[in-house]
Design a protein around this ligand. Sequence first.
Ligand code: FPP
Length: 249
Amino acid sequence: MELKENVNLQKLPKHVAIIMDGNGRWAKQKGNQRIFGHKNGVKAVREVTEAAAEIGVQYLTLYAFSTENWNRPKIEIDALMQLLVSTIHSETKTLLKNNVRLMAIGDRESLPLSVQNNLQDSINQTAKNTGLTLVLALSYSSRWEITNAVKKIALAIENKQLSHEDINEQLFSNYLTTKDIPDPELLIRTSGEYRISNFLLWQIAYSELYFTNKLWPDYRKDDFYEAIIDFQNRERRFGKTSEQLSDER
Ligand code: FPP
């Protein structure tokens, strides 16, 4: 029996977020440059996108480039940006064929123009798709996003468009780059690291966390299904007791 058949389609997480990690180590293990790992990571991106779309997950967010990644050697940053441009360009057809809508979160203005343009082009082309929404986190970090939201709220108060009394969780969420995207129920991180690395800190308040030792370029559909099945076997209590949950069922 295939692993996919063990996924309960009635209990799917609406939104899965992934910290793709381990490209550099994967390449090093093979005696190659780090960018070789990133290039092979694209296959894993394709696999999880397909896997998520096949079972009916509605949102998949991939941490593709963090604010902190700007501190990497220029040669690696340039190669990653080039890889993003070529991948987005070459995969748009596949996204269209599979009814996938592309979105992006993060400080897009800090990206090279070639990435911004390609990204916007693909976002426009896929905007009407109704299947999976693939969200790329690019030049993204939570602290950047939260600071940015606070600045925008402060400005709105200064301009008398908002009163401090209006601020609540819902309003704050609307000032984040993830506005209109539901919070992820499941966060996966590859490569055996147990960190969140400044990713979706506000949004993962109630997410289930799943860690695997697999390095990202080795990540395949079955690994994704395994994480979903693990998620489905957990009890999500949101601060309530098990007994309360049984009574509600
Ligand atoms: C983390 O591995 C990976 C990244 C910072 C980049 C991920 C990018 C891709 C998979 C390529 C293109 C993606 C898309 C969405 C088109 P690492 O370099 O931190 O690995 P290490 O921890 O082993 O050094």
